[in-house]
Write a protein that binds this ligand. Structure first.
Ligand code: NAD
Ligand code: USQ
Length: 389
């Protein structure tokens, strides 16, 4: 298939582009390097040094013999988005290209507005381009488990059958997200479902859990092919942060009481889920939702698993929660659709964590301990300055 990966220079987009290319698909990547700019703005960087997109693609060509086309540019530039889709003629578009950090979206008004503008308008431009150019293009859009929040009922895969006052309907599952970032994904989901109804678009919305890990088969082939590894309090995700804190001999920063439960997924399963979604497209007019997560743990459980696996002593620090989130809640989610298509999940294991510790040890001199400290509080409308450089 011809597959265009939007956000193909990011943490997940780059390994996915290589994985799809390695599986025999004809891949193009679009990216505006926004993620590299946030590093400059915040004075942070990936723990593992990463190559430019051009060097990555060149290295992939040398190693695999396969070509990935590069489209540098911004999805907010509608003419560029349309020209890229017209030029590449994709059968599927995988859309990763959004501002994806909840804390970044909570810095202040400017960052909340940027996040929602970037994410919602970028997605609208892609939807309209598909609507005008070729409605058979299957859009595989990255959503997030956090769209649902933590409802006191089981979380279904996107849709809920509701009986109210004797009448029954199938409705989008109610959402109660916990940041302006997560809200941008909810807005995207509603826009896309509407596009399916009015134009017959084919959309798969992947409500993905928190991703952990840094290596896939392809990124491990050569140092020039590695993907980024964020550990700072803005972009670093929880399991990756706990692993770094363990290696550095710092206490693991559990926010609040640690009883919040979150859905997670191994990065190797992310790339496989995307392949499965692309190779089995949604029907015309179908808004298909998959919960792309394989397990869930409370934060305290995650910290305990990391501590039990790490060979040395690791302490836990329960710190005042900088976020506003429910700490004691029901959490149970359905995740059978991707497994039904053939996903064989990698569950969180000692071996994965041990390999992560190895990667961190190799690069630990690059860690800026100040970047680990949470600096963005949900209760404040302005959290500036957050920049350290
Ligand atoms: P990332 O920030 O590393 O990658 C996103 C890429 O999109 C970056 O390279 C960025 O430069 C690019 N981009 C952003 N806005 C753009 C625009 N307007 N035009 C062109 N390119 C643009 O993020 P990631 O961790 O790889 O996440 C990818 C997607 O998966 C996001 O949509 C995110 O919401 C979703 N997701 C991520 C996780 C996770 O744990 N990392 C979990 C669930 C869902
Ligand atoms: N947390 C800690 N300690 C830390 C960091 C985080 O206890 O040092 C807690 C947070 O309070 C939260 C949970 O861990 O309860 C997850 O935080 P996170 O930063 O790992 O993840 P989140 O903000 O939810 O965002 C990440 C990605 C985002 C993706 C989302 C998936 O950055 O792109 O959409 O995971 S989900 O959570 O399912 O919505």
């Amino acid at each position: 298939m011809r597959i265009l990966v939007l956000g193909g220079d990011g943490y997940l987009g780059w390994p996915t582009a290589m994985y799809l290319s390695g599986q025999g698909h004809d891949v193009g990547v679009l990216d505006n390097a926004a993620r590299r700019q946030y590093d400059h703005e915040l004075g942070t960087g990936s723990l593992v040094p990463i190559e430019t997109l051009q060097n990555r693609v060149q290295a992939w060509r040398e190693i695999s013999g396969k070509t990935i086309a590069i489209y540098p540019g911004d999805l907010l530039d509608a003419e560029f988005a349309y020209a890229t889709i017209r030029g590449f003629e994709p059968e599927a578009i995988v859309h990763f290209a959004e501002q994806r950090a909840a804390p970044y979206s909570m810095i202040d008004r400017k960052h909340a507005v940027y996040t929602q503008t970037n994410n919602v308008i970028g997605t609208l431009n892609v939807m309209f381009a598909i609507g005008e150019i070729n409605r058979d293009i299957h859009l595989v859009k990255l959503g997030t488990m956090g769209e649902y929040g933590t409802p006191n009922i089981d979380i279904e895969e996107g849709w809920l059958e509701v009986t109210h006052k004797g009448r029954t309907d199938r409705m989008l599952f109610p959402k109660r997200p916990g940041s302006f970032y997560h809200l941008s994904k909810v807005h995207d989901s509603h826009n896309l479902e509407f596009g399916c109804r009015i134009w017959g678009l084919r959309v798969t919305d992947l409500n993905q859990g928190i991703v952990y890990g840094q290596e896939t088969t392809e990124t491990a082939l050569d140092e020039r092919l590695v993907t980024r590894f964020d550990y700072d309090a803005v972009f670093g995700t929880v399991l990756n942060r706990f692993a770094i804190q363990a290696v550095l001999g710092l206490p693991m920063s559990v926010y609040g009481g640690g009883t919040q439960t979150r859905a997670v997924i191994d990065i190797r399963d992310t790339v496989e889920c995307i392949r499965l979604a692309c190779e089995t497209p949604a029907g015309a007019g179908e808004f298909r939702v998959f919960n792309q997560a394989t397990e869930s743990f409370s934060l305290a459980e995650m910290a305990k698993i990391v501590a039990n696996t790490f060979p040395g002593q690791v302490d836990v620090d329960f710190i005042d929660n900088p976020r506003v989130e429910v700490e004691n809640h029901h959490y149970s989610f359905v995740h059978t659709a991707l497994e039904g298509l053939g996903l064989k999940p990698h569950l969180l294991s000692d071996t994965l964590l041990t390999s992560l510790f190895g990667i961190i040890e190799k690069h630990q001199e690059r860690v800026d301990p100040a970047a680990l400290q949470p600096s963005i509080n949900w209760r404040q409308t302005s959290n500036l300055p957050v920049t350290r450089s």
